[in-house]
Design a protein around this ligand. Structure first.
Ligand code: MIC
Ligand code: SF4
Length: 643
């Protein structure tokens, strides 16, 4: 029986475990990336491990999230990360150089290599055939130190693309269709592999839009084969020598096959407030639009920007619409400037933003009250834009640009003549905003610059014999990390300061939560299904840790978040019977008797609800390694114990 493409890459990087779905495997990691909002913590953790030089083939730190400098905090973080890179052997991508995933694809990604990044959209690299995972900062720190990255061996879904897209239908519409079919939970425990004749009709930036937004399926990662189109892209980036061909075996066996006929797709939108709430644009046509934002790691390639420029050329943005555009990288920005497309965007009235995440993470451009905002981004969770009652829709650049002209939801197909865009044979290559590390011989002389906002990683203690605590919060299904640890211009600058950022934990669901935790000193959170979907931010585990949360008991968890909870030493437990969720209420006094002993012996855990007198069975299903991490009180303690 042959291997699928993902299985091939897993097998060539397998350090521990068996490739049996559901069992834990450890992978050798070739490359890592971080961004600044998760990076400071990751590097504090890396420093705490005491490894002098990164042991990966390549590690890069990007500055793209916290580029709005309304105080000293973000700029201090940038300097801290820059000095860490210099000393410990990483490349540093300066603010202004672009969004991590876009720049990594352009300048560093290599087909067939493994990549983990402290950002959930790291699977963008799957667009050129990388096996790329989003991970918590601590997992990235361990990988930089040469340690394996552990995941549960996923099942493999094959998405068989047939035919070719009709004019005005985009790669974004393909991934929105996949989200419609599978939902935000549908990818959990799975790798999504794309193949079929239709793949040959998709360029690398289009493939990367699709793998990027696979994160919204909850998938472990997504991947495309590496073929002649990949080769052309690598050649145009001056990196053809890094290209290798990668295809699945002809007799590969998949766990699930989904057929999508590209020629039948229409322009789609993800409606508020979930990326899987999909409707065709035809059904939304005519709804007035207040704001449009084009950019983010999903849709900010040169191809996307050139499409938008062609649509806006010689026209003016509708008077009721504010249109902002952020090119994904300095390369894209510079090429737009050189070929005149930037002038067209400016002339049409677009508000040009720097090459960064910007509005996607609530760093500016929050919509007006109850505003309707169309965005080419990947997440439309409630409140993420910075405006609590805004209505955010996720659409293709074509739909965004067409709607910008008419001021209402507009099906781009009505714009007539198809767009014609040729990607260049050669991209503009100028890596002057990427700073290489100091030579190893000079590393000792480099001083780490630590601003006053940078506070150490919170202390953890080994798991006690028994946990007794009250329910301090009960939430429903699909809680995102944006609920748990909101981002945005006010809160993001506190990413290096866990005590301060903790005071914003869960405030979007319950303003009193941090104060309640401070008074009670310890507590338990009850969650519904898919708890912790979305971002890889480990702050969604570290803030609860700081606030004294000992366990989260939910119907089910999202992949990266559950790993972050374990790494922080917080027990992520699931109800054996989902309906038992209803048997626990806010303020109930709960106990996890003999939890340490039971975990150690691999026995089932039970939950005693002392308020109702009921005993409820729990499932945990931890691997031996995860158990040891929890017993030690988190991955840092565990790693120190191992050394
Ligand atoms: C996001 O899109 O939510 C982020 C901001 O890029 C996060 C990382 C973070 O919270 O810093 C992600 O997707 O992992
Ligand atoms: Fe940045 Fe948005 Fe991409 Fe996250 S999803 S990395 S915030 S552009």
């Amino acid at each position: 029986m042959g291997y699928t493409l993902a299985q091939k890459l897993i097998s060539s990087h397998l350090l521990t475990g068996e490739m049996k779905p559901g069992s834990e495997i450890g992978l050798r990691i070739d490359q890592t990336l971080t961004q600044d909002a998760t990076g400071t913590m990751a590097y504090l953790e890396f420093e705490a491990m005491g490894v002098p030089r990164v042991k990966t083939e390549l590690s890069v730190a990007y500055i793209d999230h916290n580029t709005l400098q309304t105080g000293f905090e973000n700029a201090d973080d940038h300097l801290y990360i820059q000095s860490v890179c210099k000393k410990h052997g990483l490349y540093f991508s300066r603010p202004g150089n672009g969004i991590c995933h876009q720049v990594h694809l352009e300048r560093f990604g290599i087909p067939g290599k493994t990549l983990i990044g402290s950002d959930s959209h790291t699977p963008t690299g799957g667009g050129i055939g990388m096996l790329a995972f989003g991970a918590g900062g601590l997992d990235v720190a361990v990988a930089m130190g040469g340690g394996p990255y552990y995941i549960t061996m996923p099942r493999i879904v094959f998405i068989n693309l047939k035919g070719r897209l009709q004019p005005w239908v985009a790669a974004k519409d393909i991934i929105l269709e996949v989200l419609r079919i599978m939902s935000v939970k549908g990818g959990v425990g799975k790798i999504i592999e794309y193949g079929g004749e239709g793949v040959k009709t998709l360029s690398v930036p289009e493939r990367a839009t699709i793998t990027n937004m696979g994160a919204e399926l909850g998938a472990s990662t997504s991947i495309f084969p590496s073929d002649d189109i990949t080769r052309e892209f690598m050649r145009a980036q001056g990196r053809e020598s890094d290209w290798v061909e990668l295809q699945p075996d002809a007799d590969a066996v998949y766990d699930q096959i989904i057929d999508i006929d590209l020629s039948l797709l229409r322009p789609l939108a993800a409606c508020p407030h979930s990326p899987d709430n999909i409707k065709p644009i035809e059904e939304l046509e005519g709804i007035p639009v207040n704001q449009i934002s084009i950019g983010s790691c999903t849709n900010s390639s040169l191809l996307d920007m050139l499409k938008v420029a062609q649509i806006l050329k010689g026209k003016t943005v509708h008077p009721d619409v504010s249109l902002s555009i952020a090119p994904g990288s300095k390369q894209v920005f510079n090429m737009l400037a050189m070929n005149g497309a930037l002038a067209e965007l400016i002339a049409a009235g677009a508000r040009i933003l720097e090459s960064a995440c910007g509005p996607c993470i609530g760093m500016g451009q929050s919509p007006n009250s109850k505003g309707v905002s169309l965005r080419t981004f990947n997440r439309n969770f409630e409140g993420r834009s910075g405006t609590a009652d805004a209505q955010i829709y996720l659409v293709s650049p074509e739909t965004a640009a067409a709607s910008a002209l008419y001021g209402v939801f507009t099906d781009p197909r009505k714009l007539g003549e198809p767009l014609k865009i040729d990607l260049p044979d050669k991209f503009l290559i100028n890596d002057n905003m990427i700073i290489p590390p100091a030579p190893e011989s000079e590393a000792d002389m480099v001083e780490i610059i630590r601003g006053p906002n940078i506070k150490p990683f919170p202390q953890t203690t080994p798991l006690p014999e028994e946990i007794q605590a009250k329910v301090l919060l009960k939430v429903g299904d699909n809680i995102t990390t944006d609920h748990i640890m909101p981002a945005g211009a006010k809160i993001l600058p506190l990413r290096s300061n866990i005590p301060a950022i903790s005071m914003h934990c869960f405030v979007r669901c319950d303003e009193e939560f941090p104060a309640r935790c401070t008074t009670e000193e310890k507590g338990i959170i009850i969650g519904g299904s898919n708890y912790g979907q979305g971002s890889s931010r480990e702050h969604a585990a570290l803030a609860p840790l700081y606030l004294g949360i000992k366990a989260v008991i939910a119907k089910s968890f999202a992949r990266i978040h559950v790993a972050n909870l374990i790494n922080a030493g917080i027990l992520p437990l699931t109800f054996e019977n989902e309906s038992d969720y209803d048997r626990v209420s806010m303020w109930d006094e709960l106990a996890l008797p003999d939890v340490r002993e039971r975990l150690k012996k691999g026995q089932a855990l039970i939950l005693k609800n002392q308020t109702t007198g009921e005993t409820l069975p729990l499932s945990s299903g931890f691997s031996k390694r995860q158990t040891d991490i929890l017993l030690a009180g988190g991955l840092l303690n565990y790693t120190k114990e191992q050394n």
